[in-house]
Design a protein around this ligand. Structure first.
Ligand SMILES: [Zn+2]
Length: 83
């Protein structure tokens, strides 16, 4: 499987580390429901927005839409920035 980093181009999936669902961003405001933010996740069968770290590359935090049934990914974009 290859993922396309917007900074580095197409790379092997092994260069990337899965971070979690994109709903981790943004963090809740002080006094918000931190327990739900930390532990409650949707697990849909179908498209899901996720965060990936190009850990063996440029270090960019990326947002991707992945279909959990086929693992097809589309539209990796910068979620944070290069380190
Ligand atoms: Zn990269």
């Amino acid at each position: 499987m290859r993922l396309i980093c917007p900074l580095c181009g197409a790379r092997d999936r092994r260069e990337f580390t899965w971070v979690g669902a994109a709903e981790l961003l943004p963090r809740p405001a002080p006094g918000g429901d931190l327990v739900a933010w930390l532990h409650l996740r949707e697990n849909p069968a179908g498209p899901l927005d996720e965060l990936w770290l190009h850990s063996a590359g440029c270090g960019a935090l990326l947002r991707a839409r992945r279909d959990t049934r086929s693992h097809a990914t589309a539209g990796l974009v910068l979620a944070g920035g290069a380190r």
